[in-house]
Every structure is written in structure tokens, then in C-alpha cells.
Design a protein around this ligand. Structure first.
Ligand SMILES: [Zn+2]
Length: 568
């Protein structure tokens, strides 16, 4: 078994994996799946947006890059405009230098897009946004309408404060909810409607405060009621009051842990390992996958086939991605190799970053609709095809193992490695890697990575305005609350409620939030199962199962067959 050149852990390479490496002519990776994933995630800043100026127009823009980047940053419209061309930054390949070093030069000169926002309308504060309309602060925003404050909300409408929510409508404070409608304060639910405070429920409607129920109606805190009784009891509750919400959360929490759960979250899967898998087949260690087939070590993907080591790729309805290896945030593309942020209709790209509508390109940054380019330089088809194998060979022989500055003892070369960690323009703590692989500042710096010092929030420190008491009951919230500055109960940071948001709380009869978005989101993340598999036995038939429920967790974990056969 090879030992990871990054963390030293041993890892196995399965025959299925080997086939993949053969397809892409990659020697076995020298880093373990977790280190490979971490490396990719270090390039993804979802949530931290900054004010800066567009380096093309001088206009003030919002960007995921703070001031002081080595490369110019353009506002979204200007980046997409014809006022500049990525080819003007082209470099000749230099076979006396490691390829990644040359990519770094290109990276540091080519204009970058302020934040990723493709085919969107009125989604100005949504980073990593594709095909969405009228959304606000949704990060990983694909195919949505009228959604606010979310992360990985895909193909949904009117969902607020949701984390990993898919094909749902009118959801609030939902985590890992799929195909749900009018659902609030719930997690791990599929196909539930007109309910609140559900945990691990499937196909339930008109339920309140229930845990681990399947296809039920009119239940309150897991107790059955007649329809009439249910309606009467629910009508007596004022869910627009924070006290009702707090009380209900406490009662639900008392039921959590006694329920029977399936060994993974999801449905309609065949031959899969991982968690949060929906309509998937032949998946090895996949997390948060929808409609995927034959994928290995993937996470947060929709509609991928025959792919390995890919993260954060949401795709709009009706499109698919195929044959992608070691990629981060790519779209409906064909045959992509170690690419990043290249969303739309690309094919046969290698080591490309933020390229759209491109084909047959290698090591390019910020190109639109180009073909046969290497390091942003245009070639003829013949020249491209002659040069390609030479560069691949050059990368295979580059003994730096994919690190740019560090000499590593690995012999695998840099071919097949994702971009070197040092090339990430972000501080480690600005990236989503910090969520899945948390590091202290000392650890990050020791590893040679950047760290983003939190800017002293001057507004926060100097704020001398009145401390506004947030009303308990939404009925007591006046329109003027939207003009006031509120203080987060958790982080002490200032935040605001916007009119559209207030309208949503009123319509849904929900109390105003008391914490800022980032604090709310952090608390939601804590409810998700870790991306780690334990070997356990089904609590019923004793068959061996793999599950993200750690052995010390209180839930009763069943294999799929036993779960499906059990009638509640
Ligand atoms: Zn079983």
C-alpha cells in the first residue's frame, strides 16, 4: 500500500481506481484521497466577499479576491465582455522549467473574474452561481429562483437559510432536504411537505416535531393524531414566535437518537459507499451526489458519469458531465483533467482554470470559446497535437511531485496532480477546506500556506447606534426593522434584515433570525455527518455496513434492506 506523500497515511488503490488511472495515463496518485480533496478545496473561497475596484474599469466591485492580489480582477460583466482577450497573456512552454511554475506566471498575470456567476439574473452577491434568478447570498447557487442565505442549494425556489437542499420549495432552516415543500427547521428529510421540525423523516406531510418517521401524516412529536385534532393543535401554536420555535427544537432534540436510520442518507441507489447519495449507481466514497454513476471519491456533484476526484459541480437540469478527473467546480463538460471553475460546455481540457466554451486546451486561464491553446497561446490543430504529448511527458518527469517550491521525494511527477497548494490565491481559512479539514493558523503557516487575518470590523467596533431588541413574535416586527442594524447573538457581529426577507418570514409565519448569516450557517454545518466511513454492523441483521454514523452515535443504524423492510 502506498503512503501519502502529504500526510504519510497509507491508502489502498482498488482495481476500479486503477482502470481510471489507465484511462488517463496517470501513474497512481502519491497523495491519499483526503489530501487530494483538501488540495482542491484550498482553491475554493465561497463565502468571503470583499470590496475592491475592477482593474479594467476602475469601478467598485464585490469580489472573492481581496485587494492586493498579484493578478488583475475584473467585474463580472467586464470579465465576460470582449474588451480584452486572454490570449494576449500567452506564454511559450519552457521545457527547462516545471510546468506548474509556468502556470503560476500565467495565473499571476491573467485577469480573474470577481466572482463566479454564470448565466444568472439579479444574483449579485452569490458566489459560485449558475443559471439562477433573484437570489441573495447563496453560495453554490445552481438553478435556483428567489433563494437567500444558503450553501449548496440547487434547483430550488424560495428556500431561505438552507444547507444542501435540492429540488425543494419554500424551505427554511433545512439541512440535507431533498424534494421537500413547505418545510422548516428540518434535517435529513426526503419528500416531506407542510411540516416543521422533522429529523430523518421520509415522505411525511403535515407533521410537527417528528423523528425517524416514514410516510406519516398528522403526527406531533411522533404521536399520531386525527386530522381534525392535528389541525386544531397546530392552529393553537404560533410558529412566528421564537419561544414556540425554541420549545419545539428542545422537544425534538429529546427524540433524536432513538430513531432507526438507514446507513446512508439518500434514496434510489445501487452499489454505493459514502453518504447523502440520491439516484446514484456504482459510487465509491461519494458524498453529496445526485444522479451520478460510476464515480469515485467525488463530493457535491450532480449528474456526473465515469469521473473521479471531483468536487463542487452543480449542473442544471438535463445536462451531464462525463470523464472528469481531479476537478473543482466544473459544469456539463466532457473529458476534463485537473481543471478548475470551468463551467460551460468545455471538452478535452487539461489544467485549465476559469475557461468557458473551450475545447482542446492545456494550462490555460480565463479563456472564452477557444480551441488548441496552451498556456493561453493559440496553436494550429497539428501543432497542438504535437506539443501535447511533450508537455505531458515533461510533467511526468518533473520530480517536484506537484509541489511548486518544495522538493519532494515522490517519483510520480506532477502529471495528474491538481494545482499546487501554493498557487491558491486564498488564505487557508478563507476556503472551504477549513470547513472539512480545519487547521489553526499555526498549522496552516507551518505547512507553508497562507492565512487571512480577519480585518478589524470598523463598523462593528465603532458602532454606537442603539442596540435593537429583536421582537419575539414576527407580528411585532415593523417594516422599519429593515432600516435598523441588529447585533448577532452568537458572534456579536452586526447584521441586517432586508425587506424581501421580512416578507418571507411573515408569509411563512417564522420569527426573525437572531444571528448573522455566517453564524447560522456554521451551526447548520455542525448537524451534518462527517465525510468519514466507519465499518459497523446492521443493528437488525448484523450484516456489515459502511456508514458515516460513528460507532458511539445513539441512532439505530440499519442496512438498506432492513430499513426498507421495516414498517413504522
Ligand atoms: Zn440489515
Amino acid at each position: 500500500m502506498p503512503a501519502c506523500t502529504h500526510c504519510s497515511a497509507t491508502f489502498s488503490i482498488l482495481p476500479r481506481e486503477q482502470e481510471f488511472y489507465d484511462t488517463f495515463q496517470v501513474t497512481c496518485p502519491s497523495e491519499c484521497p483526503d489530501c487530494r480533496r483538501q488540495r482542491r478545496l484550498m482553491f475554493r473561497n465561497f463565502f468571503h466577499l470583499y470590496h475592491r475596484t475592477c482593474d479594467l474599469t476602475g469601478k467598485k466591485i464585490i469580489s472573492m479576491y481581496d485587494k492586493g492580489t498579484p493578478f488583475p480582477v475584473y467585474g463580472i460583466q467586464d470579465w465576460w465582455s470582449d474588451r480584452w482577450d486572454g490570449l494576449q497573456y500567452g506564454l511559450d512552454p519552457d521545457f527547462s522549467r516545471p510546468f506548474f511554475e509556468q502556470m503560476a506566471v500565467l495565473h499571476h498575470t491573467v485577469p480573474h473574474i470577481g466572482f463566479m456567476n454564470v448565466n444568472c439574473e439579479n444574483c449579485d452577491y452569490c458566489n459560485m452561481s449558475n443559471g439562477s434568478r433573484n437570489c441573495y447570498l447563496v453560495f453554490g447557487n445552481v438553478g435556483n429562483e428567489d433563494c437567500m442565505y444558503g450553501h449548496i442549494v440547487w434547483q430550488s425556489k424560495n428556500c431561505y437559510d438552507c444547507l444542501y437542499t435540492y429540488r425543494s420549495e419554500f424551505c427554511y432552516e433545512c439541512i440535507d432536504c431533498v424534494q421537500c415543500h413547505t418545510l422548516a427547521f428540518s434535517r435529513g428529510c426526503d419528500n416531506c411537505t407542510s411540516s416543521m421540525f422533522l429529523v430523518h423523516c421520509v415522505g411525511c406531510s403535515d407533521c410537527f416535531g417528528c423523528v425517524g418517521l416514514k410516510n406519516k401524516r398528522y403526527h406531533i412529536f411522533n404521536e399520531p393524531h386525527s386530522q381534525e385534532d392535528y389541525r386544531k393543535k397546530i392552529a393553537e401554536l404560533n410558529t412566528g414566535d421564537i419561544r414556540t420555535v425554541t420549545h419545539a427544537k428542545e422537544r425534538v432534540q429529546a427524540l433524536v437518537g432513538k430513531e432507526i436510520v438507514k446507513h446512508y442518507h439518500g434514496f434510489n441507489c445501487e452499489n454505493v459507499t459514502g453518504d447523502y447519495l440520491y439516484n446514484c449507481k456504482n459510487i465509491l466514497e461519494g458524498y453529496d451526489l445526485k444522479n451520478c454513476e460510476d464515480c469515485l471519491y467525488g463530493a457535491t456533484l450532480d449528474s456526473f458519469t465515469d469521473s473521479m476526484d471531483c468536487n463542487f459541480c452543480g449542473i442544471n437540469v438535463g445536462k451531464r458531465a462525463e470523464l472528469c478527473y481531479n476537478c473543482l467546480t466544473i459544469g456539463p463538460n466532457y473529458r476534463m483533467f485537473c481543471c478548475h471553475a470551468s463551467q460551460n460546455d468545455n471538452a478535452n481540457l487539461f489544467y485549465c482554470d476559469t475557461c468557458h466554451g473551450c475545447q482542446d486546451c492545456f494550462g490555460c486561464v480565463s479563456l472564452k470559446k477557444k480551441r488548441y491553446c496552451i498556456l493561453n497561446k493559440q496553436y494550429t490543430k497539428e501543432d497542438y497535437e504535437a506539443l501535447l504529448p511533450r508537455i505531458i511527458e515533461h510533467m511526468k518527469n518533473d520530480k517536484s511531485g506537484g509541489a511548486m517550491n518544495r522538493t519532494s521525494e515522490t517519483s510520480s511527477g506532477s502529471w495528474g496532480h491538481f494545482f499546487p497548494r501554493e498557487l491558491s490565491p486564498f488564505g487557508y481559512n478563507e476556503t472551504i477546506a477549513q470547513v472539512y479539514f480545519p487547521h489553526t493558523k499555526e498549522q496552516a503557516l507551518q505547512s507553508g500556506w497562507k492565512w487571512k487575518e480577519e480585518q478589524p470590523d470598523e463598523l462593528n467596533q465603532n458602532y454606537l447606534g442603539p442596540e435593537i431588541a429583536i421582537p419575539d413574535d414576527i407580528r411585532d416586527a415593523l417594516d422599519s426593522i429593515c432600516n435598523q442594524i441588529l447585533r448577532c447573538e452568537g458572534s456579536g457581529k452586526l447584521f441586517k434584515i432586508i425587506p424581501q426577507e421580512l416578507k418571507f418570514y411573515r408569509t411563512m409565519n417564522l420569527p426573525l433570525p437572531r444571528k448573522c448569516f455566517m453564524q447560522r450557517q456554521e451551526e447548520r454545518f455542525a448537524f451534518r455527518n462527517p465525510r468519514k466511513l466507519w465499518k459497523r454492523n446492521c443493528a437488525k441483521c448484523k450484516k456489515e455496513i459502511q456508514t458515516t454514523y460513528a460507532p458511539e452515535r445513539p441512532e439505530i443504524v440499519y442496512c438498506e434492506e432492513c430499513y426498507l423492510a421495516t414498517v413504522y
